[in-house]
Design a protein around this ligand. Structure first.
Ligand code: UGA
Length: 437
């Protein structure tokens, strides 16, 4: 059992803090946002993440997890400090490290004993060495600390499971002392034989970007295959499944759609390209994946216009706003650009999302006409477009939908509806890469 403090209580920090407590560690989750800490201390979870409340409650009750807005005392009381603050995209695509640096400065003045300073946030290669120098320059020469890189691989919507049952744990270390302590922090996982990769800090930092960029490339790749499938009468799902049967390829992240969104792939791919440029390395494949991803939003809009060439005054029902199912996150969600395109073409847009509608209004479209149910959204519409793969939308009654629409047009940008049923009920439909089957 180790004494840990996790600074930053966003998706990553809160899930990691609660998960580390579940592994038996004593964890303080700390944040400068007093309101958030107050909510957490009142048993409320500020974000939507399935299973997180149960995980937090369990560990608070067991006395292993606490919350504090006093970052300094949280650091003073801990041996391992995880930095889990945001690293948003800067003006030139780079990762903005100001929050990470500010935490590092606070740590510098609170080194009352040996501490491990561990980056959990996604930080570009070289950050570990930068923090080492920064903290060293700000503290007395006799202060002892080690930098560790321990990137997260949490998917929003399944972050709790991803933390408790990870595919692998990566530790970038530069001392045996730090390695021993970090192994101890994750001890229960090794008992379960979770693969552990111990490497140097730059390799660990790159593993995170390489993994996210590779997955983004896979998605853009299959989206382009889907676009060709549409033209030639092929079925992209059969193609993806058959490709995936080759163990060298794997079937995962080969599901076509409106392009990847969220707070990670768009930002991390840009940041990787930016880092490459700093070192004179061209990331041509990743750049192409970024461009293809931007194009994919327009491909979906073209499908809408294929069904309804003149959108002026037409009612379009948008079902799904979150960048993926099981999250209320709308950062870089394909819905942002697709709604903009519909509105620019003169459509009257109504939208529904089981939980992300409020965030869409708060951060992107304050005057978006959002409705509380699918029925209210689709009644009298000229076209329905599905943008998020919510289970609630998978189970739509197409018979009922058909009766409610003014004209039975549907663009299933997530390929979640049955083509047989769409045909049976006489819909004019488009999907991504299997329209002609
Ligand atoms: C992603 C990674 O999967 C995590 O491993 C990583 O830790 C995280 O970023 C991060 O860097 O913090 P996340 O963005 O939460 O996680 O969600 P994913 O489930 O990976 O989906 C990302 C986007 O790709 C979504 O828009 C999703 O709809 C899209 N996607 C995913 C596809 O279009 N097709 C697929 O086959 C898979």
């Amino acid at each position: 059992m180790r004494k840990i403090c996790v600074i930053g209580t966003g998706y990553v920090g809160l899930v990691s803090g609660a998960g580390l407590a579940d592994f038996g560690n004593e964890v303080i989750c700390s944040d400068i946002d007093h309101e958030k800490i107050e909510m957490l201390n009142n048993g409320e979870i500020p974000i939507f993440e399935p299973g997180l409340k149960e995980l937090v409650d369990r560990n608070v009750t067991a006395g292993r997890l606490t919350f504090s807005a006093d970052i300094e005392s949280s650091i003073l009381n801990s041996e391992v400090i995880f930095i889990a603050v945001g690293t948003p995209m800067g003006d030139k695509g780079e990762a903005d490290l100001r929050a990470v640096e500010s935490v590092a400065t606070t740590i510098s003045s609170n080194l009352n004993s040996y501490k491990i300073i561990c980056t959990k946030s996604t930080v570009p290669v070289g950050t570990g060495s930068h923090l080492q120098k920064l903290i060293r320059s700000q503290c007395d020469a006799d202060k002892e600390f080690d930098i560790v890189s321990n990137p997260e691989f949490l998917r929003e919507g399944s972050a709790v499971k991803d933390f408790l049952l990870p595919d692998r744990v990566i530790l970038g270390v530069n001392s045996d002392r730090a390695e021993t302590i970090m192994r101890d922090v994750y001890r229960p996982l090794f008992i379960n034989e979770t693969p552990l990769v111990v490497t140097n800090i730059p390799s660990s930092e790159m593993i995170k970007y390489a993994s996210n960029a590779f997955l983004a490339v896979k998605i853009s790749f299959i989206n382009e295959m889907a676009n060709l499938s549409d033209k030639v009468g092929a079925d992209v799902h059969t193609i993806a499944r058959a490709m995936g049967l080759d163990g060298r390829i794997s079937p995962k992240y080969l599901h076509p759609g409106p392009g990847y969104g969220g707070s990670c792939f768009p930002k991390d791919t840009e940041a990787l390209v930016h880092t490459g440029e700093q070192y004179g390395v061209q990331f041509q494949v990743v750049k192409a994946a970024i461009e293809a991803n931007k194009t994919q939003r327009h491909v979906i809009l073209e499908k809408v216009q294929d069904l309804l060439p003149d959108l002026n005054g037409k009612i379009v029902a948008v079902l799904g706003l979150a960048f993926k199912a099981n999250t209320d996150d709308v950062r870089d969600t394909p819905a942002i650009e697709i709604i903009r395109g519909l509105v620019d073409a003169g459509a009257d847009v109504r939208a529904f999302d089981p939980i992300a509608a409020e965030n869409m209004k708060k951060y992107y479209y304050s005057d978006l006409d959002t409705r509380d149910s699918v029925v209210e959204t689709v009644d009298g519409a000229d076209l329905v477009i599905i943008l998020t793969d919510w289970n609630e939308l998978r189970g739509l009654s197409l018979e009922d939908l058909k009766k409610r629409l003014r004209t039975p047009n549907i663009v299933d940008a997530r390929n979640i509806l049955s083509i047989d049923q769409l045909k049976t009920f006489g819909f004019n439909y488009r999907n991504v890469g299997r329209s002609r089957i």
